[in-house]
Design a protein around this ligand. Structure first.
Ligand code: SAH
Length: 240
């Protein structure tokens, strides 16, 4: 299960932070690190700070966009020091750990961290199902990147240990669509909304963002998403 948890660092600029994040992961039993468009390389400082976790930093997958990093994931959670800058479904760190352990049994899941100075962009935050915020001191709430990785990885580990000790058989987890299928659905929905002139070509932004939020909140299962795709296809056939 822990192998299904991806830690995704977006646009990291200090190579030491990659090393510290790798160490933070390894002590909690996580190993799957993905770097999105890193602004530094895995260098000596990375390896020094990674200590015994150099393997995780060296084996990190490097990709250019967040969408690419999470394409195969059924659950994507973005971490942000600013809670509710966007109204979006939120998880407490503890709930976040539990959800990862629950859903990571059947599919890859991703925990996304932002840039040291500017965090995640609104667009990146809107590709996540949920946001998680560590409820730190409201007057100074921004943790160092690797410390945030540490705190949330710890919650995943606690939930994992709790589940291992539980004597109850767990129920089958629901099957959720992968991120790339969800993106295909959003493109299809936008296309049909334009074809039917529900939204204009020039101004798709606001409505599509609201619809993204709606479907993030609803979290359709794989089969439910197929039904929605089917309806869109039926509409297209009818109007063509
Ligand atoms: N100034 C930036 C902070 C970046 S800190 C901002 O306002 O967003 C780098 C990353 O660490 C953040 O993008 C986030 O992923 C994580 N992080 C830092 N503090 C956090 C907190 N209190 N809760 C959740 N994530 C946090």
């Amino acid at each position: 299960m822990l192998n299904n948890v991806k830690v995704v660092l977006v646009g990291t600029s200090h190579s030491g932070n990659i090393g510290s994040a790798a160490r933070a992961m390894k002590v909690m039993g996580l190993s799957n690190l993905v770097l999105v468009d890193p602004q530094c390389s895995v260098d000596e400082q990375t390896l020094a700070l990674a200590a015994g976790a150099a393997d995780i930093a060296q084996n990190a997958q490097v990709v250019s966009t967040l969408t690419e990093a999470v394409a195969d994931c059924a659950l994507v959670v973005g971490s942000s020091a600013r809670s509710r800058t966007l109204e979006w479904p939120m998880l407490e760190p503890r709930e976040c750990g539990q959800k990862f352990v629950e859903e990571g049994r059947s599919a890859p899941v991703a925990l996304v961290f932002g840039r040291e100075r500017t965090g995640l962009t609104n667009e990146e935050l809107q590709t996540c199902h949920y946001h998680v915020c560590i409820p730190a001191n409201p007057e100074y709430s921004s943790l160092n990147l690797a410390m945030a990785v540490q705190t949330l990885s710890y919650e995943v580990r606690m939930a994992y240990l709790e589940r291992q000790q539980s004597q109850y058989e767990s129920q089958e987890a629901a099957e959720y669509p992968r991120h790339k299928e969800l993106e295909l659905f959003f493109s299809h929905l936008e296309k049909v909304a334009k074809e039917t002139q529900f939204i204009s070509d020039e101004q798709p932004g606001k409505v599509m963002n609201k619809l993204r939020r709606l479907f993030s909140r609803a979290r359709p299962e794989a089969q439910e998403l197929n039904i929605l795709r089917g309806i869109l296809t039926a509409i297209e056939k009818r109007i063509s």
